[in-house]
Design a protein around this ligand. Structure first.
Ligand code: 3PY
Ligand code: MG
Length: 254
């Protein structure tokens, strides 16, 4: 099984730059992969994307150099297993608030004895052609990233990072702001301090800190890098489309 450069970078503290897909169509995957992102995450938590749509996205990414990741629907054994079987090289698991939540996500993503993933012929192992190679390598190559997006998760950050198999965390700034009672106010010092606490804990644990720069202005990107995040998601397909369309229209109307 080929090494997964995203997992290697997560554990080595190297920066990777990805983006986020909400439109579950392979054309979107092709266009964004051609742009050169290191990884592309399909968002199955907040969209209508299901198994068939993710498979189509993964086919769009195939051979274009962007590693397919999935933000799974929820921290559920089957939700994680099926996406890995469809060829995801890593999962981003939402709303992980405790070390028990983190351990559940890791167990779902790993083959026995480390976890409870079931063996089968599937897209990830080339429909069984690469069964032995994939079965031997998957636990070391599949990335498990847990989302820190609540006050409870911030308070448990050291224990969550101590769970073996957690390769890094990814902050969800919007949910986090909601859990602190200030929805959408991601720049508030309360959220900024929570983020700094998470980054410091990741550094200490030797694991990656990720951030979704949902609206990727040059200032927002520079801030995420300066804040010490190494696993960076820039934008969302829908946001790119919206901003580019509005800006062209504003020029034409003006
Ligand atoms: C959040 O901000 O809560 C997110 O999940 C962003 O991806
Ligand atoms: Mg969220």
């Amino acid at each position: 099984m080929k090494p997964n450069p995203v997992r290697q970078a997560l554990l080595a503290g190297r920066v990777t730059i990805g983006t986020w897909i909400q439109i579950g169509h392979p054309t979107v995957a092709e266009v964004l992969a051609n742009a050169g992102f290191d990884w592309i995450a399909a968002d199955c938590e907040h969209t209508d994307m299901g198994l068939a749509e993710f498979a189509a996205v993964a086919r769009g990414l195939h051979g274009r150099g962007s590693i397919p990741l999935v933000r799974v629907r929820e921290n559920d054994t089957l939700a994680i297993r099926q996406m890995l079987d469809l060829g995801a090289m890593g999962v981003i698991v939402p709303l992980v608030n405790t070390p028990e939540d983190a351990a559940r996500a890791v167990r779902a993503a790993k083959y026995p004895p480390a976890g409870v993933r079931g063996f089968a012929f599937h897209r990830g192992n080339n429909w069984g052609v690469d069964f032995a190679d994939y079965a031997a390598g998957a636990n070391d190559q599949i990335a498990v990233v847990v989302m820190i997006e609540s006050k409870e998760a911030v308070e448990n950050i050291d224990a969550i990072l101590a769970v073996e198999g957690v390769d890094g965390v990814f902050i969800g700034p919007y949910d986090m702001s909601g859990s602190y009672g200030i929805p959408g106010q991601t720049g508030d010092p309360i959220i900024q301090n929570a983020c700094a606490r998470v980054v410091a804990a990741c550094r200490k644990a030797g694991k990656a800190a990720g951030m979704h720069v949902v609206i990727p202005t040059p200032e927002a990107i520079a801030k995420a890098v300066a804040d010490g995040f190494t696993f960076l998601a820039l934008g969302v397909d829908t946001v790119f489309l919206d901003r580019a369309a509005r800006s062209a229209l504003a020029v034409a109307r003006g």
